[in-house]
Design a protein around this ligand. Structure first.
Ligand code: ANZ
Ligand code: ZN
Length: 821
């Protein structure tokens, strides 16, 4: 057979792989272990081009380490709770499970066709009771550690999805699912105390440097937002019937205390209402209504006109004794720092804008050499020397910060402190399709966790369609027979918590479950997990740079503290693959530039699509599907596959007697490809493989011939390297070479260092600047000989088509440039 028949090849191997199960790790300790993980998919319809790219990358890594003799864990599963399923169910009067599990089957079929080398026996779905039982069990552990707690507070509320959102799910002020501007609402909600781990989440990033993309580390650092400064307490003078108050501010610039000219509390904080004088209360209330309807974007926008209300009260500067007017304004956020600030307009632009809007005074206390803020409208924020600042005058910024903190600490009016942007993780959702929170509320005992032997708390049966529509309260609350239960502690009448968990809880520990997914006695086996983790290579999109990764890191640290794992970071290395674009733009329905993965697979074959995804660019870069050539990939695969027909030496033929030039190319390619693959330079490794195919073809067609054992050696190396990118073609080629399946575990051929010395190089021959020929030549070829070889080439003769030659430029040993007259 000499035609490369994609359909026939794709039909031949799945059953064989199914039978041999070559992708299950043995975990017998005989080989080094390697855990290669792709971020598990959400089952929204069939796989798309983005999945095809990400999973191709992960699969290359898994298949590479398998060939290198590692015991590779490469599992697959689904993050199968979540809103899209619920919204689909409401629309179709169905149950979310119907949509979810149907989509999972569709995706599973596509994954198998796509030849992902996963161990299918480890498949998990987070919406299975056997999985979420353990999500609940973990929640109970967090609860017992006081790391899960409930409090009433203003939360981000999506008025369309009628559910709360974590800060992380509010992107530029809108719901990251539906794009509706987010508002605030007071609710009793569950939180994880991730803020207790802020410092460790920051410090442990040291372990990840060089192994995670720097930009992801920066995003995490930013999100945690550690800032060092001081709490300074201001006395608010008693006035009228209003008693004296003590209010702390958070400042990173205690050195500027002498420059504070007014004081601001967040208008939406309760504090503002407490402080305001009765005659100004109505004005403040009107203002608070306006603020409530503003999105976070509008509030934070720097170019927006500053607004606020004077409370009628005065704060006393603890260092100077000066009286500062107290304002309520929306540019101060209620949930950062203490929700109150001392305003230093000369050195803070937001304060300066406010001072100018309300005609408040501006006093320079740091001489930076720049013109005064009062004159220019531009706050001076640089380094400088303290002025107008009592005993701080003359000091530089850092000394003044230290001295100011000493002074307030001596006075007992403040202290050094560290503040974080990171908030506790709001995890309760008023929706159905999620893990029920395993807590029972008892009028006498309070919050009682469901005992372990009563887990899982399964979702109530019978809710579907309209019954799931968002109402602001969880749909679970309507199922009385589910809600009403005896208290596990006192036996009295009690009620189940009716919220479900944010699906990010489910995905914060799934990588642990994969190690022993059917374990019935624990979420995971500690010893097994310690053997396999941290994950050696995690692959996924940069859209998870903050949420999922931060939460997973937090979970791992908590489990470490509980003695359940012996590592503190779950993902040792991270690869963010780029996006697949079409025509330079992300694929989208509205642009009509979507590309259907199934159609591409039908048209070009699985291997060609996989190869194209990986060959198109470095893995971190975007792939523009309009610029790539899956048909070119298919042609290359056919060429590689056809080598098999020309190898006539026997299986096991001793290559040492074979053509040395070819052997040297083979061994160099193997050595270089290994290094490239370990550095995630997959596309370059493919380019080298393509060269090897060309060189081998030349060897067959020129003097060396298909009977030379070096040709077999080269072709076997091609099959093994190809198995990473194009598993069907590689398997077929391997069998044509007379081997039993499967090439997936054939093993990376040992490289002979003696052959790495360059015995040959590829000389490129150009005619009028266009590459027309590649010649394999000795590195010390003479100029004259290379010129003759180039001119004798059939390709070159054809292009020249009898024309005279003006010049031939020869740069030995790599280039010949022929310029016709
Ligand atoms: C006085 C001051 C003078 C400040 C100065 C800055 C410059 P980061 O670095 O982001 O932590 N701030 C504190 N709490 C705030 C809140 N709830 N809403 C809005 N702004 C708040 O910023 C800390 C600085 O942001 C603090 O230091 C405070 O202003 C302001 F020349 O205090 B600063
Ligand atoms: Zn009770």
């Amino acid at each position: 057979e000499t035609t490369y028949d994609v359909a026939a090849i794709e039909a031949r191997w799945p059953a064989v792989w199914e039978r041999l199960k070559p992708f299950a790790p043995s975990d017998d300790g005989e080989r080094e272990r390697r855990y290669v993980l792709d971020m598990f998919p959400y089952p929204s319809g069939d796989l798309h081009m983005g999945h095809a790219e990400a999973f191709a990358m992960g699969d290359v890594v898994a298949r590479y380490y398998r060939q290198r003799g590692f015991d590779v864990l490469h599992p697959i599963g689904w993050d199968s709770f979540g809103l899209p399923a619920e919204n689909a169910a409401i629309k179709r009067n169905a149950h979310p499970a119907d949509w979810t599990y149907a989509n999972i089957e569709t995706q599973a079929t596509s994954f198998r066709r796509y030849a992902i080398s996963a161990d299918w026996s480890r498949r998990i779905h987070t919406s299975d009771p056997e999985y979420y039982r353990w999500t609940q069990w973990l929640f109970v552990r967090f609860f017992q550690q006081r790391l899960a707690y409930r409090r009433n507070s203003p939360v981000n509320w999506c008025p369309k999805d009628l559910t709360v959102l974590a800060n992380e799910q509010v992107v530029n002020g809108v719901c990251d699912r539906c794009g509706t501007p987010v508002t605030k609402k007071n609710l009793n909600q569950w939180y994880f105390r991730i803020t207790d781990y802020a410092d460790r989440l920051l410090d442990d990033m040291e372990q990840l440097k060089g192994h995670w993309p720097e930009r992801v580390l920066a995003m995490q650092r930013n999100w945690i937002g550690r800032s060092e400064g001081a709490h300074v307490h201001f006395r608010i003078e008693a006035q009228g019937d209003q008693p004296e108050n003590d209010i702390a501010v958070f400042t990173t610039r205690p050195d500027t205390l002498y420059g504070a000219t007014f004081f601001v509390v967040a208008a939406d904080a309760e504090l503002a209402l407490e402080l305001v004088m009765p005659d100004r209360r109505a004005e403040l209330e009107t203002y608070r209504e306006q603020v409530k309807n503003l999105s976070e974007i509008e509030r934070q926008a720097t170019e927006r006109e500053k607004t606020g209300v004077f409370t009628g009260r005065y704060a006393i500067n603890p260092l100077t004794g000066e009286k500062l007017p107290v304002w309520a304004a929306d540019y101060v956020l209620a949930d950062y720092g203490t929700g109150a600030i001392m305003a230093v307009p000369a050195h803070d632009q937001r304060d300066l804008d406010f001072a100018r809007a309300f005609d408040l005074s501006v006093r320079t206390v740091v001489d930076t050499g720049a013109e005064d803020a009062a004159a220019t409208g531009i706050a001076t924020t640089g380094e400088g020397t303290l002025v107008n600042s009592g005993e701080l005058s003359g000091l530089d910024r850092d000394s003044a910060i230290r001295r100011a903190i000493e002074l307030i600490e001596q006075q007992g009016t403040g202290e050094h402190t560290v503040n974080y942007r990171l908030r506790d993780w709001l995890l309760s959702r008023q929706r159905f399709w999620g893990t029920p929170i395993p807590i029972i509320h008892c009028p006498s005992c309070g919050e009682v966790p469901v005992p372990d032997d009563q887990l899982p708390v399964t979702l109530p049966e019978g809710l579907r369609g309209e019954a799931l529509a968002p109402k602001g309260a969880s749909p679970l609350a309507a199922v009385e027979e589910w809600v009403n239960v005896p208290c596990p502690s006192c036996g009295g009448a009690a009620r189940r918590d009716t919220d479900t968990m944010d699906t990010f809880v489910d995905s914060s520990w799934y990588y642990l479950r994969f190690v022993d997914p059917h374990l019935e006695t624990a979420p995971f086996d500690t010893d097994a997990v310690n053997r396999w983790l941290p994950v050696g290579q995690y692959v996924g999109g940069v859209e998870h740079a903050i949420l999922h990764l931060l939460y997973s890191r937090f979970f791992t640290k908590v489990l470490f503290d509980l003695g359940m794992v012996d590592f503190t970071e779950p993902f040792g290395a991270l690869l963010n693959q780029g996006q697949v674009l079409n025509g330079g733009k992300a694929m989208s329905k509205s642009l009509g530039n979507g590309v259907d993965l199934g159609e591409q697979l039908d048209r070009y074959g699985v291997d060609a699509v996989r190869l194209t995804m990986v060959f198109a660019s470095p893995p971190e870069d975007d792939v523009d599907w309009a610029d790539v050539s899956p048909s070119g990939s298919a042609k290359f695969l056919a060429r590689a596959w056809r080598l098999g027909a020309d190898v006539t030496s026997a299986v096991g033929a001793d290559p040492s007697t074979g053509d040395r030039a070819l052997r040297s190319v083979t061994h160099r390619t193997l050595a270089d490809a290994a290094e490239l693959l370990e550095g995630n330079k997959f596309n370059v490794a493919i380019a080298r493989l393509m060269e090897l195919v060309n060189v081998t073809r030349k060897a067959i067609d020129s003097g060396v011939g298909g009977a030379d054992p070096a040709v077999r050696e080269a072709t076997e190396a091609v099959a093994i390297m190809l198995s990473l990118f194009a598993p069907y073609t590689a398997e077929d080629l391997w069998s044509r070479l007379g081997h039993e399946p499967t090439v997936a575990t054939a093993g990376w051929p040992a490289v002979d260092p003696g052959l790495l010395r360059q015995e040959s190089v590829v000389a490129v021959v150009q005619v009028q600047g266009k590459v027309r020929e590649r010649l394999t030549v000795s590195p010390d070829i003479a100029e004259e000989e290379l010129r003759e070889l180039a001119l004798a080439s059939e390709q070159v003769q054809r292009v020249l088509d009898g024309r005279d030659i003006r010049t031939v430029i020869v740069r030995t040993p790599k280039l010949v440039n022929i310029v016709p007259a």
